[in-house]
Design a protein around this ligand. Structure first.
Ligand code: FES
Ligand SMILES: [Fe+2]
Length: 351
């Protein structure tokens, strides 16, 4: 049996809030088919996306008030998954139901809990508060990826790859020469790197000029924090070289919070929710548009690499790989997921 690759008892981002309307939305999460919809008062609901009659995905049905009606023969379910109507038949028994999932809407995202419902504590939804903090302005998107979700986290936990994958935007020849520091506690893994006193990469040069009118040398930071089940919070930015950013004074620079939630769909596909949040030029719509376009292009460059990596892994299952120093964050991330998973009862359907 393959080793399970993801935790069950965790909140997974399943959709952006704006994706969820009065239409059912089907999305596979950790191997489970899930249908999401909003009840009449806007509350999100999450049910198994399989009608218990003949397995038509309920996402092909329609919403009536707070109820979801199967699009084949009209069995109708409430948000707890209980069937409340079978056409041409009396009241359905308690056993006529589909599974429902705990669901929470927070930080512009809808989260579901696929494990034991008794453990679904909304207090432990990952902290992505920058998404709805008025001090920060959001752009973001969803990128479906054909790869093991951990490969996306690997990519984010070692930003050295920017030098080779993102040469025209955020890559810089100095990045590989600047050491990383990797730390972890019981709940997160953090990889930090400072690139001091350099001519900034094109993306950052553009932003420093636009925001601060500054065109000189910069200090740059990349502080990358992994939080299970698979969220990666990047605090990134640049400041005028030697202005004290590393010592804590970032006032002569610009900061961004680049937030990533990577949710397994199956063992080799995932949903990549990403955002770029800035605390400057909030009203600048043209800048928002530029940041959205540039970020999409950068993540598209990652997608080409990671999906090719996944194909090579699938086609060469016996091929050996090595770890290098730069993999420290990735190794600890995988250890953390494995340790959490090992303490869970049961296994997921896709294991
Ligand atoms: S398959 Fe859903 S009502 Fe028949
Ligand atoms: Fe990248």
């Amino acid at each position: 049996m393959n080793r399970p690759i993801y935790m069950n008892n965790a909140w997974y981002a399943v959709a952006w809030s704006h994706e969820l309307a009065r239409e059912p939305l089907g999305r596979r999460i950790c191997g489970y088919p899930i249908v999401l919809y909003r009840t009449a008062d806007g509350t999100p609901a999450a049910l198994e996306d399989l009608c218990c009659h003949r397995l038509l995905p309920l996402s092909l049905g329609r919403i009536e008030g707070d109820l979801l009606v199967c699009g084949y023969h009209g069995l109708t379910f409430d948000r707890s998954g209980q069937c409340v109507r079978i056409p041409s038949q009396g009241t359905p028994g308690r056993h006529v139901r589909v599974r429902s999932y705990p669901v929470v809407e927070r930080h512009r995202l809808v989260w579901v809990w696929i494990g034991d419902p008794a453990l679904a504590d909304p207090a432990v939804v990952p902290d992505l508060h920058w998404h709805d903090d008025p001090e920060w302005t959001f752009v973001g998107d969803l990128l479906p990826m054909n790869c093991d979700y951990r490969l996306v986290a690997d990519n984010l936990l070692d930003l050295t790859h920017e030098t080779w994958v993102h040469q025209t935007s955020i890559g810089h020849a100095l990045i590989p020469a600047c050491p990383i520091e990797t730390t972890s506690d019981g709940g997160s893994v953090t990889v930090s790197r400072w690139i001091l006193d350099h001519e900034p990469a094109p993306f950052w040069r553009f932003l420093m000029k636009r925001v601060r009118g500054y065109e000189g040398r910069c200090d740059r930071w990349q502080i990358v924090k992994f939080v299970p089940p698979c969220n990666v919070v990047l605090h990134i930015g640049v400041a005028e070289a030697g202005s004290g950013a590393r010592e804590g004074d970032m006032s002569k620079g610009i900061r961004a919070m680049q937030l990533n939630s990577i949710t397994p769909a199956t063992a080799d596909s995932c949903w990549y929710f990403w955002s770029f949040n800035r605390n400057f030029l909030h009203e600048d719509e043209e800048l928002s548009s530029t940041l959205l376009t540039t970020s999409r292009r950068i993540f598209g460059e990652d997608q080409v690499i990671i999906e090719a990596q996944q194909r090579a892994m699938r086609e060469n299952p016996a091929a050996a790989t090595i770890n290098i120093n730069l993999d420290a964050g990735s190794v600890r991330m995988r250890q953390m997921i494995d340790a959490r998973r090992a303490h869970e009862p049961g296994t997921s359907r896709a294991d």
